[in-house]
Design a protein around this ligand. Sequence first.
Ligand code: ADP
Ligand code: MG
Length: 707
Amino acid sequence: MADPIEKIIARARQKQRLYLLEHECKAILKSIGVPTTNCLVAKSEEEAVRASEAIGYPVVLKILSPEVIHKSDAGGVMGVIGQSPLLGEEEVRRAYRELMARFKGRNIIGVTVQELAKPGLEVIVGAMRDATFGPVLMFGLGGVFVEVLKDVAFRIIPVTERDAQEMMEEIRGYELLKGYRGRSADIASLKDILLKVSDLVTAYPAIKEVDLNPIFAYPEGSIVVDARMILEQAPPREMAAVPKTDLSAVFEPRSVAVVGASNNPDKAGFNILENLLRLGYKGKVYPVNLRAKEVQGLKAYPAVEEIPHQVDTAIIAIPARGVVDVMRGCARKGVKAVIIISGGFSEESEEGRRLEEEVVTIARQAGIRIVGPNTTGVFNTQNNFTSSFVSLDRVASGNVAFVAQTGLFLGVLFEHILSSQHFGISKVAGLGNKADVDDADILEYLAKDAQTKVIAMYIEGLSDGRRFLEVAGRTTKEKPIIVFKAGTTEAGAEAALSHTASLAGRSEVFEAACKQAGILRVRSFEEMLDVVKAFSFLPLPRGNRVAVIHYTGAGCVIAADACQREGLELAKLSPATVEAIGRITPAWHRIRNPIDLWPAIEQVWVEAYDVAIEAALHDEGVDALVVSIFAMPRWETYTPDLDMLRASGKPVLFCVEGNEELVREAAAKIEGEGFPVYPQVNRAIFALSHLERYARLRECLAQGSCA
Ligand code: ADP
Ligand code: MG
C-alpha cells in the first residue's frame, strides 16, 4: 500500500478509530496540495520544545487525543491570540504541563505543535455523505457566520469549477470575501481547495466527513488551520447496478391485461377497465378474473397465461398476497411491464416489504419493469392508455408531463388541473413505492418523448439521488424540469461529529442538486401550474428585458417590484415605442415602463391596448411582455390580437382581473389561443422569470461552459 492516504486510513482503522487526528488530516491535505499550518506531534515536554524550535516561535499547542474532537471547547488549544499569550520556550513548557493536567485521566497521545498562522478571514470547507445524493461539499465563512448564521452553500460532489465559484458567490458573506475594509480573500486559492476536497472525497470513499475549519484566507493564498475527518464505519459496498430496459411497455403497450378486472363498480378493477374502454385506449384489452367469464362485455380469462394472445403489459389490482403468483404468470407469459395498483406492500408492513422484494426478484429475472406498487400508475394521452382507478374523462393531449410518487396527479389534483387549466397533457406517472421504476427512469423516458415539452414533478424522496441528478442534468439540456419538493422542513442529519454534516439538511442538499442539474424549483402546486403553463404555451425569451402594460399605477408598482425580486429587468422603451403610445395618451402623462395605460384607456378605450402591445412587441429592447387587462360588468373586455402576438415570437403573458365569471371567460379565450393567463401580475412575472432563467441556463449548457 504505497498510497500515503490509504496508509493513514488503514492505521486509524487498525486502532479502531473512525476519527482522523488533526496531524493525520493535515498530512492528507498536504499530499493533495492543500496548504496547511506546519504541524508536529510531541509526546513529552522535551519533544514539544524541540518541535517548537523546529517550527519556529511563536507556536500553537493543541491537545492530541482521539477522545477530544472539539479541542478549543475543551480547553485544548494554547497559544492563540485571545486564548493565551504567544508561546516562547518557557510558555511551551508551561502550556504542555497545563494541557496534560487539564486532560489527566483521558486517553491522551500528546500535543501537536503548530506554527501560528497570521490572522485572515476565517472560512470553512467541508464534505459529508448524504443518504440520497452521496458526497456533498460545503463552503461558508467561519466563526459566527457558520455557527450562528449558518451562512453556507452546498453542492453535490464532484463539483466543477463553476460550481465552486457559484457556491462562494451564493453565501451572504461573499461581499466580505471579495473585500471589505481592506481585507479580502484569494478566491482562486479557495476554489482550488474546494476542488481538491471534492476530488479527495471522490477518490476515497472511506472518508465520510471532512471539516476544514477554519481555513485562513488572505489576499494572496489560503491556509488550513484546523482539519478533521471522519471515516465510514465499514468500507462502503458497491451497489449492484440494476439492468434498466426502456419504459415503452409502461406507456405504449399494444395489449394490456387487467388483473382484477371486475363487474363490481366498487372495485378498483372496475374503473381501470372502464377507463380504458371509455377513453378509447388504442390497443387490445384482456380482463383477468378468477371467476367471471365476461367482464364489462369482454371475454375474461382466469389468468394472464391463459390469454391466447401477446400481452405487453399487465395492470394488477388484486390484494397484495395474490400478486406474487400473478407476477410468476406474467414472467412465464413474457409480459414486459406491470403496473401494480395494489397497496399492502413496503408502505404498510414488514411482511409487505418481503412480498415487494419477492415481486421485484421475479421481475428482474424475467426482465419485467414494475411501476408501483401502491399507485394509480400512468396515463398516456397519445394512445389513451391508463391504469388509473379514478374514473377519468377524456384528457386534452398536449406537451406537459406530470410525475409524482403519489397517485396524486391521476386523482383529485388531476381533476383540478383538467378543470382549471387549458394546456394539454402528454404523460402522467404516479410511481408509488418505486420498487423498480423511479424518478430517474421516468425522466429518461420523458426526455426522449417527442410529445413532452415540459416535465413537472412532485417529489417527497428519491431512491437514488445520484442517478436522478445525472439523468436530470442531461434532460434539462433538452426540456425544462419543474420540481415541487415537499418534506423539506425535516431536520438535517442526526447527531453529527462534523460541522458540515450537522448543517447539511435534506432541503439544502436537495436545493444544491437542483441547481447543479438545472432543475427549476417551485414551492407549491399553484406555483408549479403557473410555471408549467408558461412553458407549455410560450417560446423562451431571448433576454431578460420585460415590458409591462397595466391598467393601474398600483399594478405598475407591484410589477416593478416583482421584476426586481425575480431577477428580470424592466426594458428601457425605445423612442419609437414612447412616441407611439404617446399619440393616444394625454400630453401630461409620462410614458415609461411599466406602462400605466389608464390615461390612454380613458381616451381611446380598447385601442389603447392594441397600440401599446404592438409598440412594445416591435421594440427591439423588449424580450417579453406582460399585459394586465380587466374584466368588468358593463365594460367590454379587451380581446388581444393573438395573431399579432404570435407573429412577434416573443413570450406574452396576460393577467386578467375583475369579475370572477368574466375573468374565467376571458382567460379561457386567451389560453385557448395559447397564451397563459394569471390572476395577478406578480404571478405572471414569477412564471416569466422561470422561462428566462431556463433560457439562460440552456444557452450556457449549449456553450458547454456549465454542468
Ligand atoms: P477546534 O475546532 O477543535 O476547537 P481549532 O484547531 O480550530 O480547534 O482551534 C480553535 C481556534 O484557534 C481556531 O478557530 C483558530 O481561530 C485558532 N487557531 C487554531 N490553530 C491555529 C494556528 N495554527 N494559528 C492561528 N490560529 C489558530
Ligand atoms: Mg476548528
